[in-house]
Design a protein around this ligand. Structure first.
Ligand code: GDP
Ligand code: MG
Length: 164
């Protein structure tokens, strides 16, 4: 079986966009509406000579108790349980939020290696400034990326495959 990489993070940070970029093709659902991907979606991906399965999740939400959120949280936790590594996606345009802090706090208690992807960093210069804000999450080096344009994903994947 291929190693599994879980993609987690708050709704609307760009998880599904990043999954599409890693996996290619067009079969994952990406919508502008937050929280659309409620179930886990499995896609085949590869980088260099490593092949892996990437799992999109609906997003971890700890501070909102609307009806479907416990289900989303459960899905994300299940995805992490079966993962060799995880990419925690945050939004470089908003900076760290209370929701990111809550998720990070939980992730720091997990044994799975976590890579921190700071998405929506289209400009290389701004990207560094956006990314450094996320050191405070205590998850190591923040990687500036743009799911839409592809910037930075090579560096992220180079690091990712060292864990697979
Ligand atoms: P998810 O809810 O975390 O899966 O987020 P989506 O992938 O559905 O993206 C949420 C919104 O962010 C959409 O409007 C995307 O077009 C936008 N988005 C995703 N990646 C990027 C990016 O790299 N740059 C910018 N500027 N917007 C992005
Ligand atoms: Mg999504």
């Amino acid at each position: 079986p291929l190693p599994v990489v879980a993609i987690i993070g708050r709704p609307n940070v760009g998880k599904s966009t990043i999954v599409n970029r890693l996996a290619g093709g067009k079969d994952a659902i990406v919508h502008d509406q937050p929280g659309v991907t409620r179930d886990r979606t499995y896609r085949r991906a590869y980088w260099c000579d490593r092949e892996f399965t990437v799992v999109d999740t609906g997003g971890l939400v700890f501070d909102d108790d609307t009806e479907f959120l416990p289900l989303i949280r459960e899905q994300a936790m299940a995805a992490l349980a079966e993962a060799s590594a995880a990419i925690f996606v945050v939004d470089g345009q908003t900076g760290p939020t209370a929701g990111d802090e809550e998720i990070a706090e939980w992730l720091r208690t997990q044994k799975v290696p976590i890579l921190l992807a700071v998405n929506k960093c289209e400009s290389p210069d701004q990207g560094i400034t956006q990314a450094v804000q996320f050191w405070e999450l205590g998850l190591g080096e923040p990687y500036p990326v743009s799911g839409i344009h592809g910037n930075g994903t090579g560096e992220l994947l180079d690091r990712l495959i060292t864990y697979l």
